[in-house]
Design a protein around this ligand. Structure first.
Ligand SMILES: *Cc1c(COP(=O)(O)O)cnc(C)c1O
Length: 421
């Protein structure tokens, strides 16, 4: 469900025409729908109604401050994977008591920052990290609330590059080592075990692997409690898939929630969730303008002004995005098979191969749909291209929530060494 639709033949985000935004702000530009963000946050919250549940939005999916503040107003917490994301979440008004800190490579500085903020929980991913966290916290006279991220050895996720819960992935600690690590936490100063954490992948389109992973976690919780560990929380990560194509059919949040309800029934646990894509993915589009058509055997190249630096998902994991022309076309309008490519000097700078689209002329604009998660977040200034602007729409109003940097801003951190001046 999202709020991008045609009104009088023009593609709109809520009540604002995307052409009006492109005219005012230029292209390429990311456009986010507040109503869609809110709706997704509410659907998830409603699905878990009555449970002790913290919805910690995964900031890495889309960390724009306007997006975070919109979600903060819905009561979302945050799952962060760096000190920078922690600061973003706090700057958007998300209380530290609703922030969990994940990631395999937390530095001492990041740990100190998170401890000084008294965040809800550290998700620890290795014994070595645990030892450092205990040392840093002890020195500060603090106690870190810890959940160990376990690797349940379950394969899931839409692409091998976004599967994280299989033995051999760099994430979490091997299932068999968890017990010993909790015993160690009990012996260490500065850390206290409060929960068990798992996150098995992203763009997961079936309930079964998640259930299998969560059931393993519950077995672990029971065993840990028997040994005297006071486990009061489980963090079940994110990963719920979204429809990128009309034919995609990921499990509805209600089915996901019901499964979690069943699995955690009677355990007296706070359930932490870290949804990212399912909240932000369909709430954003990337608007781009066609620059040139170029003939090629059996198809044409459609060269657009967005590149893989703006939207990396197709290059990184062969991801599919639907494209909608901003100007609605009749069902019988002429169509053409295009390789939709950007201006970047890389052959992977291709958004789609042999995609059938209505004929596009230079100056025509397209929306790359479902680009709200892992879109702007993954962008770079490769080829000295400025980051795309980001716009947030709410009803009939829109605001630039990240403007395009000037050339001077792009090079502001660079200096010539003495010997060249
Ligand atoms: C990326 C990530 C998430 C969010 O995943 P989605 O698929 O966007 O829901 C949640 N938790 C952790 C630890 C992650 O790395």
């Amino acid at each position: 469900m999202h709020h991008f639709h045609y009104v009088n033949g023009r593609l709109h985000c809520e009540d604002v025409s995307l052409d009006a935004i492109a005219d005012a702000v230029g292209t390429p530009v990311y456009v986010y729908s507040s109503a869609t963000l809110r709706r997704h946050a509410r659907v998830i919250a409603a699905a878990f109604e009555g449970m002790d549940c913290l919805i910690a939005y995964s900031v890495k999916a889309n960390g724009n401050l306007g997006v975070l503040k919109t979600l903060a107003a819905e009561g979302c917490g945050a799952d962060v994977v760096s000190g920078g994301e922690l600061k973003r979440a706090r700057a958007a008004g998300i209380p530290a008591s609703q922030i969990v800190f994940s990631g395999v490579g937390k530095t001492r500085d990041e740990m100190r920052l998170a401890l000084s903020e008294s965040i809800h929980q550290f998700n620890v991913e290795s014994e070595a990290e645990l030892e450092v966290l205990a040392e840093v916290a002890s020195k500060m006279g603090a106690t870190a609330s810890v959940a160990v991220r376990v690797n349940p050895d379950v394969a899931a996720g839409g692409h091998p590059n976004i599967s994280t819960g299989k033995a051999g992935d760099k994430f979490g600690v091997p299932w068999e080592d968890a017990d010993a690590l909790y015993d160690k936490i009990a012996r260490l100063e500065g850390v206290e075990a409060v929960g068990v954490d798992v996150h098995i992948g992203s763009q997961i389109d079936e309930i079964a692997p998640m259930r299998a992973a969560f059931e393993r976690v519950m077995t672990l919780v029971r065993g840990l409690r028997e040994k005297g560990h006071a486990i009061s929380r489980v963090d079940l990560g994110g990963g719920l898939g979204i429809p990128y194509r009309e034919t995609d059919d990921p499990p509805p949040p209600a089915d996901y929630a019901n499964m979690i309800r069943e699995v955690t029934e009677g355990m007296g646990l706070q359930v932490i969730l870290e949804p990212g894509r399912v909240i932000a993915g369909n709430a954003g589009v990337l608007v781009t303008e066609a620059l040139y058509r170029k003939p090629a055997p059996k198809r044409e190249f459609l060269i657009v002004d967005a590149g893989m630096n703006d939207l990396m998902r197709p290059a990184l994991y062969q991801a599919h995005h639907d494209f909608l022309p901003l100007k609605e076309r009749a069902a019988d309008a002429p169509r053409m098979r295009y390789d939709v490519v950007g201006p970047i000097c890389e052959s992977t700078d291709k958004f789609a191969a042999e995609r059938e689209l209505p004929v596009m002329e230079p100056g025509d604009r397209l929306a790359m749909m479902s680009a709200g998660a892992y879109g702007a977040a993954l962008s770079s200034q490769y080829n000295a291209r400025p980051l795309a602007a980001e716009v947030l729409v709410d009803g009939d109003q829109f605001a630039v929530v990240r403007r395009r940097p000037s050339f001077e801003e792009m090079v502001a951190l660079e200096t010539f060494p003495d010997w060249l001046t």
